[in-house]
Design a binder for this molecule. Structure first.
Ligand code: GLU
Length: 510
């Protein structure tokens, strides 16, 4: 196909979560992988369900992940407007065509009458179908009543780029509403009109629409519109894999992951891999690799499991991979919108304006802890370099770094509660620390380096007949009073001889 055009068409009815983002990401990857365009269209035709601010949230989420779109409600494009509530005249025009062709009719029935039809069908043990109740002489459509499609029930066979060859019998087809009595189109009608007018080539969307496919195919024919390529994505399942992912299972607002210290690279990698792989064992993919390798025919047909532990692992992997300056820059801002814009492939006035207007929360401005924040850039970078490999998220930074910037208060309960260390008696703990402290004190300032420290520590192990988790664990606590910290000798080098010895003494005094 010469010009690939995909779209993400969310309804602004709430916070966007991983399921919605995966749909957007796959559509984006198809477009970017084939030199096509990616369009954002807001489907805001259900006024009752609309949530204020949800449209901005969608835009912010896409920006934060770097899923840039070529056309959309805030940036315009050749097929503007990209908000369905601003396109009512388009739906109206297509509706008039259907009426003129005898393929749509004003629905003459009241809800009570429809209820009666339903009850009658139930009594007769037959499925209720609107098409069995077509009015013989429908009123002229005045735009105040619902407009129904006059379907042409028949069997369908079609191909879905993910689900393969599908079919459905004529019983799946009915006269559905095109335009509601409030003047707004239904999703069923509006998306087909818009996809056609916006020259969308691939309709990539969730599984919830697949049952309506026969109706859509019927409407494409009535409108004389060529079918696009369909790709239906299976549900994302909860961690146990036994039901659709819901908010309760951790389907959080995607921006919350940024606030919690997840990287864009890890989120994109993780979301892409929920239901897709390249056929190898590879798990870590950069955005560019995904663009090069993604294809719809390798998307799985059954639901993908949402495994937050895997995301955490991936995030740690991505934190390790970043070069120090890049990682450092990301620790300085929790303002995902602003930092995403800096990384975005495209920069334009619209985006800059968007960033300038993005909400800023000063209390959340940075990932460093209270003391780390006051340190110089050089000090922060030194600390970051040695904790980098242990960070699972940027939010781990204070726990892993505060003790470098300020002397921690000894808290022996941490040792008492520790599985192995807690088993030693207090005397034994103090003896071990005391020996360690006097041995370390014999190392000169000039010899205070990782290699010497490591070999002294090893000697100490055999001299005290202790094991690394015990002896090193104890020293580690005495220096950091933190639940986890980098390698002991690295930590001691960064703290420096004087501070290391002072902390050991302080801990012993306690
Ligand atoms: N507005 C629909 C939704 O939010 C979009 C479905 C589609 O992509 O066509 O679920």
């Amino acid at each position: 196909m010469s010009n690939i055009r995909t779209r993400f068409a969310p309804s602004p009815t709430g916070l966007i979560h991983v399921g919605g983002i995966r749909t957007a990401l796959y559509a984006w990857l198809v477009a970017r992988g084939q030199g096509g365009q990616f369009v954002l269209r807001l489907e805001d035709t259900d006024q009752k369900r609309e949530v204020a601010g949800a449209d901005q949230h969608i835009i912010d989420s896409l920006r934060a992940l770097g899923l840039d779109y070529d056309e959309g409600p805030d940036i315009g494009g050749s097929f503007a407007p990209y908000r369905q509530s601003e396109r009512l005249d388009h739906y109206r025009a297509w509706a008039e065509k259907l009426i003129a062709a005898g393929r749509a009719y004003a629905d003459p029935y009241s809800p009570e009458e429809i209820e009666q039809f339903r009850d009658a069908a139930k009594r007769d043990k037959k499925p209720f179908l609107y098409r069995n109740h077509r009015p013989e002489d429908p009123p002229v459509w005045d735009g105040q009543t619902a407009l129904r499609f006059k379907s042409d029930a028949k069997d369908y066979h079609w191909h879905d780029a993910v689900m393969g060859d599908l079919s459905a019998g004529a019983e799946a087809i009915d006269d559905f509403i095109l335009i509601k009595s409030d003047g707004f189109p239904t999703y069923n009608f509006a998306h087909i009109v818009d996809d056609a007018e916006m020259q969308i080539t691939h309709v990539i969307r969730g599984q919830e629409f697949i049952a309506s496919m026969p109706n859509y195919l019927n409407l494409y024919e009535a409108l004389g519109i060529e079918r696009p390529i369909f790709a239906t994505l299976p549900h994302i399942l909860n961690e146990q894999g036994n039901k659709k992912l819901s908010k309760r299972d951790g389907a959080r607002d995607i921006l919350d992951y940024f606030r919690a210290g997840f990287l864009r690279e890890a989120l994109v990698n993780f979301i892409a891999s929920m239901g897709w792989n390249d056929g190898t064992e590879q798990e870590i993919f950069s955005v560019d690799e995904l663009i090069a390798k993604f294809s719809l025919d390798r998307v799985g047909r059954s639901g993908a499991r949402f495994d937050e532990k895997r995301l955490l692992w991936m995030n740690g992997q991505w934190i390790k991979r970043l070069d120090l300056d890049d990682l450092y820059a990301r620790t300085l801002s929790k303002n995902v919108i602003a930092s995403a814009a800096k990384q975005s492939r495209k920069s334009n006035d619209e985006l800059d304006r968007h960033v300038a207007n993005a909400p800023r929360d000063d209390k959340m401005s940075n990932f460093w802890g209270e003391n780390g924040r006051k340190a110089s850039e050089a000090e922060q970078k030194k600390v970051l370099a040695i904790v980098q490999d242990r960070l699972k998220t940027l939010a781990d930074l204070p726990a892993l770094s505060e003790y470098f910037f300020a002397r921690p208060t000894p808290d022996w309960s941490m040792i008492d509660e520790h599985k192995q260390l807690g088993k030693l008696g207090r005397d034994e703990q103090i003896d071990l620390l005391g020996i360690a402290s006097s041995v370390l004190a014999k190392i000169d300032e000039a010899d205070w380096n990782e290699e010497n420290l490591q070999s002294e520590l090893n000697n100490l192990l055999s001299a005290t007949n202790s094991k690394p988790p015990i002896l090193f664990g104890l020293i580690r606590f005495a220096l950091t009073w933190a639940p986890f910290s980098p390698g002991l000798s690295e930590t001691m080098v960064l703290l420096g001889r004087e501070e290391t010895l002072a902390r050991l003494l302080l801990s012993l005094e306690r």
